[in-house]
Write a protein that binds this ligand. Structure first.
Ligand SMILES: [Zn+2]
Length: 154
């Protein structure tokens, strides 16, 4: 009997702790309507670019099938990003997923437009290239790509 009620209390305490942790992590309206798979990338974006966290946390990201070669889109007015699920789950590597979220975040959060140009090795100069850099280029130029975004966030 005592053990039974004790266990019940523990479940209650555990639930309260979980609710409290969620409120602390995502409270105050943070990350509304964002699919949970994107949240780690959003947090990494804030950390890497050192941008003020308010707008990234209030940008919604969801899945939507997109036409042709388009894999992501940002609507800076409504502050909504859509990502093509086929590309996300079947094609993109982890680095490419991160580059895609960073690219769309820069449109939505910093209102940055595309930045063309190539490096000597043929890789795009920036993650803000209209065609996203592939895995090989991201791996090779990761550091300068992040520095470029950080500069655009200043
Ligand atoms: Zn773009």
């Amino acid at each position: 009997m005592i053990w039974e009620s004790g266990r019940r209390i523990n479940v209650k305490v555990l639930t309260s702790i979980l609710v409290l942790v969620s409120v602390l992590l995502f409270g105050c309206g943070g990350i509304p309507n964002t699919e949970s798979v994107f949240i780690p990338y959003v947090l990494e974006f804030i950390k890497d670019t050192k941008v003020d966290k308010e707008r990234p946390l209030n940008t919604s990201i969801s899945f939507k099938s997109l036409e042709g070669a388009t894999v992501g889109k940002c609507n800076p007015i409504t502050n909504e990003i859509v990502i093509d699920p086929m590309y996300w789950f079947r094609v993109a590597t982890k680095l490419e997923k991160r580059a895609l979220i960073y690219h769309e975040m820069m449109h939505c959060v910093q209102f940055v437009s595309h930045k063309k140009g190539k490096l000597k090795d043929g890789c795009p100069r920036s993650i803000m290239n209209p065609i996203l850099p592939g895995n090989r280029c991201i791996k090779k130029h990761e550091k300068s790509y992040i520095e470029d975004l950080r500069d655009l966030c200043k």
